[in-house]
Design a protein around this ligand. Sequence first.
Ligand code: PEP
Ligand code: MG
Length: 591
Amino acid sequence: MAEKREKREIVFKGIGVSPGIAIQQVQILCPQIQHAVQRSITPEEIPLEIARFEEALIATHDQLMLIQKQMADVLGDEHASIFDAHMLVVDDRSFIEDVIRTVKKDLVNVEPILQAEATRYAEMLSKVDDSYLSERAVDIRDVTKRILANLAGESLNQVGQISEPCIVVAHDLSPSDTASIDRKLVHGFVTDLGSETSHTSIMAKALEVPAVVGLHNITTAVSSGDTVLIDGAKGRVFVNPTAERLAEYEKRAEEQKQILNELDTLRDKPPETLDGYLVPLSANIELLEELDGVVARGAKGIGLFRTEFLFLGSDTLPDEEEQAAAYERAAKSQYPSAVVIRTLDLGADKLPANFEKPDELNPFLGSRAIRLCLLRPELFKTQLRAILRASAYDNVQIMYPMVCCVQEVIEANALLRQCMDELREKGVSFNEDIQIGTMIEVPSAALIADIIAPHVSFFSIGTNDLIQYTMAVDRGNENVAHLYKPAHMAIVRLIDHVVKVSHEHGLWTCVCGQMASDPLFVPLLIGLGVDELSVSPSQTPMIKDVIRKLFYSGAMELARKALKAPSKEYVEQLCREMIEQVAPEVLELSE
Ligand code: PEP
Ligand code: MG
C-alpha cells in the first residue's frame, strides 16, 4: 500500500544472538539478485545497455584472471585451469552476440536475456553425452552469476557501502558480509533468517554488535529512515519505539553497564569454583582484531581460532607467509597460554567470495572443513606449513574440524608430517612436538572417540555442529530453532561419553561451541567433567562470574541428575534453577 505508515511502535520477538542495546535509523540491505528483473528499454537506450553488458563482461574477465592467478599460486596450475572454461564463456562472442541481438529485438534490459540465454546453453550442454561438454554447463551457470553481480554493480546496497550510522536490516547476512561490517557505523543488525549458532550470529558476538535474527518478516515491516531499538540479549526489536520505551531502555542500559562494570573486576581473578576447582577459560576468536579483547575480558589463551575468517574477509587467498604472520601474531599475543589454531572450516555457509563453490545439494553435509582440505591438499598443506612456522612459539596447537572418521585424522596427520619434512629440509624451525587435537562435532566422532584418541592429544567439543548433526536440525534455520536444544539428553550423554573416554586415554576435553558461552549451561558442563571452556570474548566476564559462584560438588550433582533426566525440559529447568540461585545477574545480560 502506498499510504505513508504512521510512526507507530511495532514490537518483534526474534532470537537474540549478540547482547547489547542499540538505537539507530534503519538501513535496509537488498538481497543478492537471484532472478533478474525484466525492464523495458527504448531504442535510444540500446547502446547504453550494450555498453553496460560489455563493461560487466570486462569486469568479470578481470576478476577471473585474478582468481586464476591466486588459485595457481595456492593450489598449482592444474587446479587453476578450471577457470579456463569460465574464461571461454566470457570470451564467447557467439554467446555474447546472441544476448545483444535479443536485447535489440525485445527492447528489454540485458539481465533477463543473459539469464535465459545462459540457461538455454547450459541445458543444451548438459544433455550432450560427453562428460567434458556437460560439465561446461556448470561453468556457464557460475559465470552468469558473476556477470549478473557485476551488472548489478553499485546499485546493490551492500554492507561495505554503508556510510552513515545505522542498524542494518536484511533478509540474511552471510558470515563474510558480517565480517566486513564497520562497527563504527553499524550499531546493530536484525535479519529475517538466522539462528543462535549460525556463523553470522557467532560473528556478531565476536564483533560485539548487538543482533537479533530469525525475525521472519522484519524486512517488510520497516522502511529506511525508521528508528529501531534492539535488545540483543532478549531478542526484542522495537520499530519506532515510543518515548516510554526509550526511557525504559535508557534505564536498562544503565543497569547493564553497572553489572558489566562489576564483572570487569573479575578480569585478573582465576576461573575457580568456591571449592577450589579451576576451570581454564580460553577464548574463541575469528579475527585478529579480537586478540586484545581476550586478555582484557579475563580469558587466557585461544581455545578456538576459526582461521577460515582470514579467508572470508578478503578477495584473495592468504599465502603461507601471510597466514604464518597471522598465527604468529596470535601466538605471541597470548604467550605462554595455548593458542589452538583450527584448520580451515570452509564450505557450507563459509566460502570466500572468489572460491569456486562445490555444486552440492546439501553443503552442510558435503565438502566442508577437513573433507574440503583433504580434497585440496595443496590448500591444506599451505595452512599446515603456516601453522608449523608459527609453532616456533611453542604455545601453538593444531585442531582439525568436522572429523567423522579416524581415517581423516590419520590422513591429516600424514600431511602434517609431510609438511614437517618440507620445512625441515628448508631449515625452518617449528615445534616437533606440536599438540594435535580434533573437534568432536559429528556424532560418529563422539561415538568412536576411543578409536580417535590414540591419534590426538585433545578433544574440543563443537556443540554448535554436534547439536545440528545429532538432532538433524539446521543450526541456521529459524523455523526449527525450537528443536535446537543443548539440554537434549542425546547431547548431554554424548558430552559425558567424550569426556569419560578422553580421561580414560589421558587426554583433555574442551567445549568450544556456543553452549560453553551460555551461562545457563556452564554448571552442567563443569559437572560433566569438561576440562576447559572456550568462549566468545564478550561472554568471558559472565562465564567467569558463574564459575566463581559455583561449588564444583554442586555442579557434579547437577550433572548426575541431568544424566538421569527424563527430558530436555527437565535438564533446562535444573540448569535454570542453578543459575537463578548462584548468579541471577547474568540472566539480565544474556537472555
Ligand atoms: C561448533 O560447531 O560448535 C564450533 C565451535 O565450530 P563452528 O561454530 O565454527 O562450526
Ligand atoms: Mg563446527
